[in-house]
Design a protein around this ligand. Structure first.
Ligand code: ADP
Ligand code: MG
Length: 340
């Protein structure tokens, strides 16, 4: 046997690394929508077929990619969002690792159409397994469209692990919903097999977003309040205790516009509802926290879902106390009306 050491070629290395960033269609959608958000899009459309397994299209009206940078965007550790390690302390963009496009392109077939404000025409680029197949000029409007076809067609082991189309579609729905909730100023539309699942207005009104995504009944039963504590500011949308769920799907936490998972925040909220909910029921809440990026560390997980706070001991009691106060002051319920 030949056991000499070789250096893997970049395409093989990307395929292996892809496992960390993209494990299912929903993670592809997350990366593409986050890129659209980072590109300052005000409108994003996500379309999928067969749970995203054969077709994902994300269209945005953001900055577009400069035509001299297009090929570079698909290389590993190529990013426009970070210049040096110090930038990590203050970073506000959702991406910064420069890994997503390299990873996604290595395990799928991609068609990219993009145009910047200043260029006269757009570029359409086609890649198979990370290799450029064609590059042409095209007339188009400012922004970027990614079509991802046949995810994992060249990695049979991964292909096998995808679930049914409806299960994968549900994961995607969850991702797009949370991203839309995180960015009420962006109009987000989600289309599954040609039918519109939801469509937000981009007006910035969170209650309207809740109505568009999760339904008007829930939206009518939300308490909304804002509180500050030193450098932390909290805007909370919490459901009446009579509106609860058998799981934590409708608990969302956003820090500086980023959706995160946090046991600390989850515990803080559940503590506030502790005596108010039946057993095995979970509160519904959407919490928006703003704090100096220096108080959090977003770099502890490749998909950036988990973050670390440097002020745990202040944060937890603050959140619990605010929500408790709100729940016990029932008259805070705003009167909301919806145009249909
Ligand atoms: P990251 O987001 O970590 O920088 P990605 O691999 O996701 O890495 O993207 C690489 C680069 O491609 C980005 O830094 C950005 O410059 C560009 N890019 C990707 N998607 C878009 C988009 N929808 N609009 C504009 N630029 C984009
Ligand atoms: Mg990215």
């Amino acid at each position: 046997m030949n056991n000499r050491i070789i250096k893997l070629d970049p395409l093989t290395a990307n395929k292996i690394a892809a496992g960390e960033v993209v494990d299912r269609p929903a993670s592809v959608v997350k990366e593409l929508v986050e890129n659209a958000i980072d590109a300052q899009a005000t409108s994003i459309v996500v379309e999928i077929r067969e749970g995203g397994k054969t077709f994902i299209r994300v269209t945005d009206n953001g900055s577009g990619i400069d035509e001299t940078d297009i090929e570079l965007a698909f290389e590993r550790h190529a990013t426009s969002k970070l210049r040096n390690i110090e930038d990590l302390n203050t970073i506000l963009s959702l991406g910064f690792r420069g890994e997503a496009l390299a990873s996604i392109s290595s395990v799928s077939q991609i068609e990219l159409v993009t145009k910047t404000e200043t260029s006269d025409s757009g570029i359409v680029l086609e890649l198979h397994s990370g290799k450029i197949i064609s590059r042409n000029r095209i007339g188009t409007t400012k922004g970027t469209t990614f079509v991802i076809k046949n995810l994992f067609y060249n990695t049979p082991a991964r292909l096998k692990f995808m679930k049914s189309s409806s299960t994968e579609a549900a994961y995607i729905n969850d991702v797009v919903s949370r991203l839309a909730m995180a960015h009420p100023n962006i109009a987000v539309r989600f289309i599954n097999n040609e039918s519109i699942i939801f469509s937000t207005s981009g007006s910035g009104n969170v209650i309207h977003n809740i109505a568009s995504i999760y339904g008007k009944e829930l939206a009518k039963n939300i308490y909304h309040f804002k509180k500050e504590h030193g450098e932390i500011s909290l805007e909370a949308f919490v459901a009446k205790p009579s509106f609860h769920r058998g799981n934590r799907q409708l608990q969302s936490f956003f820090i500086n516009g980023r959706y995160i998972k946090s046991l600390l925040l989850q515990n803080s909220v559940e503590e506030a509802y502790r005596t108010l909910l039946p057993i095995n029921k979970y509160p519904i809440c959407f919490l928006y926290l703003t704090m100096s990026p220096e108080l959090i560390d977003v770099n502890i997980h490749p998909t950036k879902l988990e973050i670390k706070f440097s002020n745990d001991e202040i944060l937890k009691p603050f959140i619990t106390r605010c929500i408790k106060e709100a729940l016990y002051r029932q008259n805070l319920i705003p009167e909301v009306s919806f145009e249909t």
